[in-house]
Design a protein around this ligand. Structure first.
Ligand code: TYD
Length: 141
């Protein structure tokens, strides 16, 4: 596993590039680099810095998020506290666990936000209403 820095929420991973005279390469492996099987990969690009995204939590999904190009600001919220992380380097990744509200703001024009996900797309896993998210957090205690 790569070096990890504790965040209050989420988990920061410093991905280690393999560098030679031709440039840099980063490899991410299921159950090695990330503690889950990778069932889905998607990326967000051609974004507007005026249009934040996310504003949801997932009941079970875990994700690894990082910018392969450009930068954006990731906000994580566990229902009790919020944390802001600037993703501005391809080596700087964050594991976003289940039951964590996330928002992405301040996208640079060249931002490509890569997301590796532990499950296939399933709309029923989303919690898109913040009040409902808080209610579920309180129920879980
Ligand atoms: P959504 O997860 O709401 O995007 P964001 O969190 O960036 O605001 O997804 C946007 C749309 O894309 C929504 O209609 C669901 C669809 N979608 C898929 O069909 N498959 C996927 O893997 C993802 C992530 C989204």
């Amino acid at each position: 596993m790569p070096a990890q820095q504790p965040l209050v929420l989420g988990e920061s991973l410093n991905l280690k590039p393999i560098a030679d005279g031709r440039g840099k390469l980063i490899a991410i492996e299921a159950l090695r680099t990330v503690p889950f099987e990778i069932k889905r990969v998607y990326y967000i690009y051609d974004v507007s810095d005026q249009e934040p995204r996310g504003f949801h939590a997932h009941k079970a999904l875990q994700q690894l998020m990082f910018c392969v190009s450009g930068h954006c600001t990731l906000i994580l919220d566990d229902g009790h506290q919020r944390e802001e992380i600037v993703l501005d380097d391809p080596t700087k990744a964050v594991i976003v666990r289940d039951m964590t509200w996330r928002e992405m703001h301040s996208f640079s024009d060249d931002c490509v936000l890569m997301v590796l996900a532990s499950e296939h797309y399933d709309e029923s896993d989303y919690i898109r209403d913040y009040a409902e998210f808080r209610r579920l957090i309180d129920v879980q205690g």
